[in-house]
Design a protein around this ligand. Structure first.
Ligand code: 9GP
Length: 843
């Protein structure tokens, strides 16, 4: 007989699925069956990892018929399909997400409990699919969740890297990178599909065929093997597909070597062609320009576009037609979204397949291509904009280079007709820059698509007035804004269940799929009980995080202090160094005035630096050294603690975000395209201290400027200041506290064992600060923090603002963002209709 349910452990809220007794029994049965037949163990010898796998397979079983039936349904209805192409997917763990979206979490939880196992501990054993660097890859993951939840027939296409983002360790304050072999234990969620293997070609040359056509010959072939993972929608029986490609050597890879009898070398070289999907490039907002990366980009693009065309040919209408497939309707059946320029080769690959393989004329092929493809830009930073050396490009993809040359000629022709006298403009707008000897992938993306969008209003405006100005003047109708969003399932319901429950008791569970409903929480802003409940939940989340950090990293933090958090990739433009200067100043102030009553603060940093990004890595070291100095100083006591958390990623974020009091979003205005951690923290009741940059601007609009701490130069002021001539010394000489902080860094106060350790940082602050203007924003930043401190002293007033922030977070749902893409770019219609449940026959 089953023991009584753990009444205290869950509050029987329907959103997490009521554990029906028969479901619980069923879960136990299936779990035991998987342990026995799939894992081939009994409970005497099974490890925790075996249990994790058994439960993952059990949950997967619940997805399977929904997955198959979603495909059947999409085949039958033949609605337009959306294809999201991205070099990165930062998925995080799948188990809890699948359970929540299927509504079986409580049943599984109960079943495991009755078998003496703990779901939370098992969840921690799943290695996370960290196939992304930062915001861009996580955005792709949130969008997949929303597309499934909105019932779109959508596919994610990406690469199945053997190694995702590196594991970061902090050793003696330095970042060290270690390979993260997430596939070491087989991944229970993916299914390989060898029957859909696709050839991808490189190198060779182009010849003129007898019939006057271009023919790509003497290429080498690498095969792309698809691995499919399920993407369940929330509570709607939809399961979409994420298809990731893995490189497999072709059997004929090195025929010559095999024939010459050099068997060993031939086999060894085979494996080198499989290097294409070995590892994710660990750069965020930075283009390294390496040939292997170009191979990766083409690998994704070629395999995906071939697959998309094959699906079009197999679709209901085309299967029936026995004559040649008609491509006229292709853009009505397929929308391809480019996540940044990384998959920009889609433009040319689609052209190539339509012209060389499907025998369409050039004009028709170009028309179809443009109507199919749309492009999202994620950054204005020049160092991130992809430009490939002509030589490299032409050698690797000779046919594509020809096609780009044609597209460019066609494009420049149009430019010339519009501005016949403007030679300079022609030069600026060319896709192939003969002087710099580069192919500009941003321009190719704009020219080859019908819609171009930025990721926050301000960013989209800047796109039009700066890097894409000429292109905007040519085709103003192409340019749009689609402000980013985050999925409320992972970023509230799953990561912060107590807050989710509390919200649900007040306004019901409609917010889970309609986040705008959170605004009803404004009615409770003066409700004393609700205020206390919000405070309790936040405190418990902070306690939980503290325990987790103690247990896993031996880091001690005090949940009674304010958690002041900046977690994101390490990048100079994000200005972690400005935060560090602030920390030093706070430290100095406490030392100078030890009797003054101040609030206790825990300042948390986290984030990875690209392995080759020296300055970013030195900033990590500085933060760690400052943290050490502060913690060793007896005067400081528990008033200030600084920690740098190792290996920030999706799973760690799910623990940190619910515990944030203060969200640091302090990039120089104009440089952060959107940001998404700002949205996550707001949704979880963190208040923002931030500049008027990216989506912060819209956060401020939504919540009102009384409920956010804004500071710093506006984009316009940055521009004017740069125009006028920036001088870091002006700020340095005129602010004693700033001067002191920089001098301490210079004099080795934080690095007594090596006083010159941070001289490069000091140099950059004093000599090249016009790039990120830390010194210009320092004083206002300090003042903003004083306002934070004032407010925090009044717990009730602070919490009211937290409630207002949660209530105003509705706009930042990825569901809202996807609805906009669906309507304005893809021309598809979201639905809240549920597919029939699996036991109801074929849809
Ligand atoms: O830097 C942007 C970040 O601001 C944005 O939130 C994210 C998602 O749109 O994209 C980042 N860009 C990149 O990672 C590369 O351009």
């Amino acid at each position: 007989h089953a023991p009584a349910l753990k009444e205290n452990n869950y509050k029987q809220i329907s959103i997490r699925g009521i554990p029906l007794l028969e479901n619980v029994e069923e879960v136990k049965k299936v779990f035991n069956r998987h342990l026995h037949f799939t894992i081939v163990k009994d409970r005497d010898v099974a490890t925790d990892h075996d249990y994790y796998e058994s439960i993952a397979y059990t949950v997967r079983d619940h997805l399977v018929s929904r997955w198959i039936r979603t495909n059947q349904y999409h085949f039958e209805t033949d609605q337009k399909r959306v294809y999201y192409l991205s070099l990165e997917y930062h998925m995080g763990r799948a188990l809890s997400n699948c359970m929540i979206n299927l509504g079986i979490e409580n049943s599984v939880d109960e079943a495991l409990y009755e078998m003496g196992l703990n779901i939370e501990e098992l969840e921690e054993l799943e290695s996370e699919a960290a196939l992304g660097n930062g915001g861009l890859g996580r955005l792709a993951a949130c969008y997949l969740d929303s597309m499934a939840t909105l019932g779109l027939s959508a596919y994610g296409y990406g690469l199945r890297y053997d190694y995702g983002i590196f594991a970061q360790k902090i050793e003696d304050g330095y970042q060290k990178e270690y390979p993260e072999n997430w596939l070491r234990y087989a991944c229970p969620w993916e299914i390989s599909r060898p029957e859909f293997l696709v050839p991808v070609q490189y190198y060779g040359k182009v010849i003129d065929d007898k019939d006057g056509k271009k023919k790509w010959v003497e290429y080498i072939t690498v095969h792309a093997m698809p691995y499919d993972s399920p993407i369940p929608g929330y509570n709607n029986n939809v399961v979409n597909t994420l298809r990731l490609w893995s490189a497999k050597a072709s059997e004929k890879f090195n025929f010559a070597l095999f024939n010459s009898g050099d068997y060993i070398r031939a086999v060894a070289e085979q494996s080198s062609s499989e290097d294409i999907t070995r590892v994710l490039y660990p750069n965020d907002d930075f283009d390294e320009g390496k040939i292997l990366r170009l191979k990766q980009e083409y690998f994704l693009v070629s395999a995906s576009v071939q697959d998309i065309i094959a699906r079009y040919k197999r679709s209901k209408i085309n299967l029936k037609a026995d004559q040649q497939v008609d491509f006229t309707n292709f853009p009505d059946k397929a929308a391809i979204q480019l996540n940044d320029t990384h998959p920009a080769l889609s433009v040319v690959e689609l052209m190539r397949l339509l012209i060389d393989v499907e025998n369409l004329g050039w004009d028709q092929a170009f028309d179809i291509t443009k109507r199919t493809i749309a492009f999202t830009n994620h950054t204005l930073l020049p160092e991130a904009l992809e430009k490939w050396p002509i030589d490299m490009f032409q050698k690797l993809l000779p046919r594509h280079f020809q096609l780009i040359t044609d597209i460019n000629a066609h494009h420049l022709d149009i430019v010339q007709k519009k501005w016949p006298e403007d030679k300079e403009r022609m030069k600026r707008m060319t896709i192939i820059d003969d002087e710099a000897k580069k192919v500009n992938m941003g321009y190719l993306s704009v020219v080859g698509s019908h819609a171009v969008n930025g990721v926050a209003q301000m960013h989209s405006d800047l796109l039009k007035s700066t890097i894409m100005k000429d292109f905007y003047e040519l085709n103003p109708e192409k340019f749009q804004n689609k402000t980013n969003g985050i999925t409320p399932r992972r970023w509230l319901l799953i990561c912060n269940p107590d807050l989710a429950d509390l919200i649900t008791t007040k306004i019901g569970e409609g917010w889970i799929t309609d986040l705008a409903q959170l605004k009803q929480l404004r009615d409770y802003v003066d409700d004393e009980q609700f205020i206390r409940d919000i405070q309790r939940v936040k405190f418990e989340n902070k306690e939980r995080l503290s325990k987790f950090l103690k247990k896993n990293f031996n880091v001690n933090i005090n949940p009674n202090s304010m958690f002041d958090v900046q977690v994101k990739r390490l990048h100079e433009y994000k200005r972690q160094l400005l935060n560090c200067l602030r920390v030093i100043t706070v430290y100095n102030r406490i030392k100078a005035n030890p009797d003054k009553d101040v609030i206790q603060r825990t300042i948390i940093f986290g984030g990875k630096a690209a392995p080759g990004y020296k300055t970013a890595k030195l900033i990590i070291k500085l933060i760690c050294n400052v943290a050490r100095t502060v913690s060793e100083d007896p005067v400081i006591g528990d008033r200030l603690r600084v920690v740098f958390l190792e290996n920030y990623g999706v799973s760690l974020a799910e623990k940190i975000i619910p515990a944030v009091d203060l969200s640091e979003q302090i990039s120089l205005a104009g440089l952060e395209a959107s940001g998404t951690s700002n949205m996550k923290m707001m949704l979880n009741g963190g208040l923002t201290i931030g500049t008027m940059d990216g989506a912060n601007v819209e956060i401020c609009e939504e919540v009102g400027k009384d409920n956010i701490f804004t500071f710093g130069l506006t984009y316009k002021e940055v521009d004017e200041l740069r125009e006028k001539g920036y001088n870091a010394k002006d700020y340095y000489e005129h602010n004693a506290e700033l001067k002191q902080a920089i001098e301490q860094i210079r004099d080795g106060v934080f690095s007594p064992e090596d006083p010159n350790l941070f001289s490069d940082i000091v140099k950059s602050l004093l000599e090249s600060d016009e790039k990120f203007m830390l010194l210009a924003d320092y004083e206002e930043y300090m003042k903003a923090h004083e306002r934070v401190e004032q407010l925090y002293k009044d717990g009730t007033e602070w919490t009211k603002k937290c409630i207002l922030n949660i209530a105003a977070a509705g706009k930042f749902s990825s569901d809202r963002a996807i609805r906009e893409y669906a309507k304005d770019i893809w021309n598809v219609t979201p639905t809240d209709k549920k597919l029939p449940s699996p036991d109801a026959g074929r849809p």
